[in-house]
Design a protein around this ligand. Structure first.
Ligand code: DAH
Length: 345
């Protein structure tokens, strides 16, 4: 009997198969009701008493070994099945890969960055929680200046003031404080104003700020830069600069692009004029340069700032700003992923 146990034990150890049918046959032959192990247990009954202890032990070991082997074989089989699913028809169409989509604000922001990067502008960032100096004072808006009322501010703390930045112009100051000219940066980001939420206004939105400071930067450079931008983003090459006022620029202007009056929608969005306002701009005020230790006698610069929501609404014909912040997938999934968006010419 001992011999049979030993032989069977070797057979069990040697058995290898990745075929489910062969493994099942092995199970029946070894562990089945009429299998080899049970047969040995039946024969065990007739074993003389003095051998029972040792043979009983060996038999139990044999049964455990057979069970373990079976578990190992079956586990290997399952792992294999997961690795290589059965391909029943190679001509079937594949499972489509879902690319997802990007938020329209990110899409437009990246397009703007790409256009300006072709003219050598890099990207700079600043904090959304600002102090009075960077958001107002250094930008030529001293305390009690009436222009502060133009932007309803969310204050976090008073004296010293901590507030949510009302525009990305604060990044101009931070950048100029830490870098020497030539400076050519774009600062995209979120800004906050205490405004009622409605179809065309929100308490949070996004802006892109631009700043160029060097020796001999002129108003003509500003106009040319913005013209290239309008042509690249909208495909419209006619722009005009209307005199305006911003405390941080002198002279200041409002930029309009000529949108045309070809459709009913054109009439509606341009209020019948054909012109559309897209941003504010101007030559950096000498006081602002001085506030950041840049000498206005040797250096000059231009700056501009635009709202991203406004541009996205024009581009995608969206008539309600609230859609950008609701994160409704039915809205968001309409926008292509970045790789599918053609790079503007
Ligand atoms: N900061 C202005 C705003 O939020 C936008 C702006 C206008 C930025 C003119 C500029 C500029 O840099 O030159 O309305």
């Amino acid at each position: 009997m001992l011999e049979r146990i030993t032989r069977l034990s070797e057979e069990i150890a040697d058995f290898q198969s990745a075929d489910p049918a062969a493994i099942e046959r092995f199970r029946i032959q070894v562990l089945g009701k009429k299998g080899a192990v049970n047969e040995l247990f039946r024969a065990f009954k007739a074993v003389p008493k003095d051998q029972k202890k040792i043979l009983g032990q060996r038999l139990n070991e044999l049964r455990d070994k057979a069970r373990e082997k079976l578990v190992t074989l079956q586990a290997a089989l399952e792992a294999h099945a997961v690795d290589s699913p059965k391909i029943d028809d190679l001509t079937k169409p594949g499972i489509p890969v879902c690319l997802g989509s990007r938020h329209p604000i990110s899409l437009v922001q990246n397009q703007i960055i790409r256009i300006f990067s072709r003219m050598g502008f890099g990207v700079a960032q600043g904090p959304e929680i600002e102090d009075d100096w960077h958001n107002f004072t250094a930008l030529n808006l001293p305390a009690h200046h009436p222009a502060r009322d133009m932007q309803d501010t969310f204050f976090i703390e008073k004296n010293p003031d901590r507030l949510l930045r009302t525009h990305t112009s604060s990044v101009q100051i931070r950048y100029m404080e830490q870098h020497e000219p030539p400076i050519r940066i774009l600062a995209p980001g979120r800004v906050y104003r205490n405004e009622t939420i409605a179809a065309h206004s929100h308490f949070q939105f996004h802006q892109v700020e631009g700043l160029y400071v060097d020796k001999g930067v002129s108003f003509a450079d500003l106009k040319q830069t913005l013209q290239f931008f309008a042509k690249s983003l909208f495909g419209k090459s006619k722009i005009r600069l209307r005199p305006s006022y911003f405390p941080f620029t002198e002279p200041s202007a409002e930029v309009d692009v000529y949108w045309g009056l070809n459709s009913e929608a054109d009439h509606r969005i341009t209020k019948g004029t054909g012109w559309l306002e897209i941003m504010g701009c101007g030559m950096v005020d000498p006081n602002v340069l001085e506030n950041t230790n840049i000498d206005p006698k040797t250096h000059s610069g231009f700056a501009f700032g635009m709202g991203i929501e406004r541009i996205a609404m024009l581009r995608y014909q969206i008539d309600d700003i609230r859609l950008f912040f609701e994160n409704d997938v039915r809205f968001l999934s309409q926008f292509a992923s970045e790789s599918q968006t053609p790079i503007p010419k």
